[in-house]
Design a protein around this ligand. Structure first.
Ligand SMILES: C[S@@+](CC[C@H](N)C(=O)[O-])C[C@H]1O[C@@H](n2cnc3c(N)ncnc32)[C@H](O)[C@@H]1O
Length: 267
């Protein structure tokens, strides 16, 4: 990983505990979804499933999958998230490998061949160039065994209709409450960017403070994602789902529904 790779896009992840609280409700659904998808579309497993999470954040999914007996590896750019993820596995006596790396040029341990890789909640959109996205997908494909699956969850853009958007997520723990608001500005078709702002209001021991981060996501219309996939022929699109993580309901890769999970198979 190059030294200059850390950027402000990861600043709001400097507080892994708060981030973790905000996303915690989704963890059980996503865990079941990953297991269900591999059973349905993945290679036959002879032992524990070997799972890889590029940009693993706080390690919430590393932990939930490790608890269920799977082998977990993951990396993240943000050193606070990496430390948090390592500590949480250690605290529970779980095995797993976590390291600091970057989506665009990461390396996996020698001889690692994963059954499944996943990158949810639009994390892939942090890669700010097409060349970086191609490199990242090629590396993800290479890290998989033949027949292994990559799941990419991302919000797609309809350039004809991109009103400003707002999402609120709330996390609670005894003595702490976190309200996370994320706003996105209308997408810019020419620069392929979507300006984002996240504000976290943290109330701890009765005191409230606010942390705010600004960054850009790279945008993808269905056509642009297809064009990207065409540059990585080692991955073929198997099926699409949505952010409800419902195995019984599939989606098309079009604009009818914008929050999609692409299930890609390494051929
Ligand atoms: C929305 S979180 C998702 C984390 C985790 N996959 C999950 O589902 O909880 C996005 C993560 O991507 C990381 N990140 C952002 N840009 C990155 C990059 N270029 N390379 C590696 N990690 C990156 C951030 O530090 C953050 O932990």
């Amino acid at each position: 990983m190059s030294k200059s790779s850390e950027n402000s896009a990861t600043a709001w992840y400097d507080s892994p505990l708060y981030y973790d609280m905000v996303y915690a409700d989704y963890t059980p659904k996503e865990t079941r979804f990953i297991e269900g998808i591999i059973k349905k579309h993945g290679p036959k497993l002879d032992g524990p499933m070997r799972v890889f999470e590029p940009a693993c954040g706080s390690g919430r999914l590393l932990e939930s999958l490790s608890v269920r007996g799977h082998v977990v590896h993951g990396f993240d750019l943000n050193r606070h998230q990496v430390a948090f993820a390592k500590d949480r596995l250690k605290a529970k006596g779980l095995k797993g490998r976590v390291w600091r790396d970057r989506l665009q040029d990461f390396k996996v341990p020698k001889a690692a061949r994963y059954d499944v890789a996943h990158c949810f909640v639009s994390t892939f959109k942090y890669i700010d160039t097409e060349a970086g996205a191609v490199r990242s997908l090629r590396r993800m494909a290479k890290a998989l065994r033949p027949g292994g699956l990559l799941m990419l969850g991302l919000h797609l853009t309809d350039y004809k209709h991109t009103p400003p958007d707002h999402e609120r997520w709330i996390g609670r723990k005894p003595g702490i409450r976190v309200v996370s608001d994320t706003w996105s500005a209308p997408a810019n078709r020419k620069s392929r960017t979507e300006a984002m702002r996240t504000r976290m209001r943290i109330t701890e021991s009765g005191v409230t403070r606010t942390e705010e981060t600004l960054w850009n996501f790279r945008t993808y219309s269905p056509r642009e994602i297809r064009a990207l996939l065409a540059r990585v022929p080692s991955l073929e699109l198997v099926v699409c789902h949505d952010f409800h993580y419902d195995l019984a309901s599939t989606r098309k890769l079009d604009l009818e529904y914008s929050d999609v999970i692409l299930v890609l198979r390494r051929n």
